[in-house]
Design a protein around this ligand. Structure first.
Ligand code: 5GP
Length: 203
């Protein structure tokens, strides 16, 4: 039996560059799937329903959460976000690694429910760089930028609860570090019971 894929939680302040890193990572590794979250926030320009997020109403969100269809859910800056559970189970049993790009309250819920998950916290090189990145995005008002910087100050200490911290200084370097983490996680003895059994029981 093949090993199950990894369940990987990616957190870090909004604007830390998680999106760019994930795009580069997905381009390099065909075995990775990205979980598409459900959210009650409105789409930003260029975002497509079902690609960046499933954009749903508050009513539908509460319905899904009550039906136990979410692996985790949280409120962030006035909107609800949650991870649909079904695709994760399907992908990991097919041996695909699944990445959840979620904030820290959700990250803590996943670690409790799935202690075998791998938590990676993405840090910006500095708060100054984070602010520049948020402003460059150009889709946020001054007030939203301030709100997100304040959220970042609260979130950064949470990195200590994650298994790994990766500083997003250059995309190439950060992607290589993330790939190294995933490779090492796959070699953990506790994930390799089936491999050891196969070696012992077959020619
Ligand atoms: P944004 O609105 O900028 O796309 O996302 C805001 C925050 O919500 C980010 O930190 C993002 O990682 C987080 N987020 C996105 N999807 C989920 C989810 O399904 N669950 C949780 N807990 N957080 C999420």
């Amino acid at each position: 039996m093949a090993n199950k894929g990894l369940l990987v939680v990616f957190s870090g302040p909004s604007g830390a560059g998680k999106g760019t890193l994930l795009k580069a990572l997905l381009a390099k590794d065909r075995n990775i799937r990205l979980s598409v979250s459900a959210t009650t926030r409105s789409p930003r320009p260029g975002e497509v329903n079902g690609r960046e997020y499933h954009f749903i109403s508050q009513e539908k969100f509460s319905e899904m959460a009550a039906a136990g269809e979410m692996l985790e859910s949280a409120e962030y800056c006035g909107n609800c976000y949650g991870t649909p559970a079904a695709p994760i189970e399907r992908w990991t049993s097919e041996g695909k690694d699944v990445i959840l790009e979620i904030e820290v309250q959700g990250g803590a819920q996943v670690k409790r429910k799935r202690p075998d998950s791998v938590g990676i916290f993405i840090l910006p090189p500095s708060l100054k760089v984070l602010e520049q990145r948020l402003r460059k995005r150009g889709t946020e008002t001054d007030e939203v930028v301030r709100e997100r910087l304040a959220a970042a100050r609260r979130e950064i200490p949470e990195a200590a609860r994650y298994d790994y911290a990766v500083v997003d200084d250059t995309v190439e370097r950060a992607v290589e570090q993330i790939r190294a983490i995933l490779e090492a996680e796959k070699c953990r003895t506790r994930r390799n019971g089936p491999l050891m059994e196969r070696i012992l029981n077959h020619d």
